[in-house]
Write a protein that binds this ligand. Structure first.
Ligand SMILES: [Cu+2]
Length: 129
């Protein structure tokens, strides 16, 4: 009798855990703006790509540029295509930097050497318009 009660309780607890795990899943987009009009961009890296090929943000406004590792250790280096020595910002996992850019197309590359040949493939573009 007691044993059956324990099994039932355990099953109930497991289903609560499963349910609450599903319940905390939030579906945030990569680009979002709050009511103050401030902007945010989140880039997520894994082995060996970023979560989007192209990111788009508005020009001449402060944008919080966030980076997260979903898999492996990477990071983001942002620079103009036509001036590759001009690194605008470098962001590692969990970090954020404020950017405010002129219109144009910028290159997003992996910051950390994370393996061959995948590291070289980790490129996306940021369109500022
Ligand atoms: Cu890399």
């Amino acid at each position: 009798m007691m044993k059956k009660y324990l099994v039932t309780t355990a099953a109930l607890m497991i289903s609560i855990l499963v349910f609450s795990a599903c319940g905390t899943t939030n579906d945030e987009g990569s680009d979002s703006s709050d009511q103050n009009g401030s902007q945010e961009l989140t880039v997520i890296g894994s082995n060996w790509e970023f979560d989007q090929e192209t990111y788009t943000i508005p020009a001449n406004v402060d944008v919080a540029f966030n980076y997260e590792d979903a898999e492996g250790i990477h990071g983001v280096k942002l620079r103009p295509y036509d001036d590759k020595d001009n690194i605008i910002v470098e962001v590692m996992d969990g970090d954020s930097a404020t950017i405010n850019l002129e219109p144009g197309t910028y290159e997003i590359r992996c910051l950390t050497f994370c393996g061959d040949p995948g590291h070289k493939e980790m490129r996306s573009q940021l369109v500022v318009e």
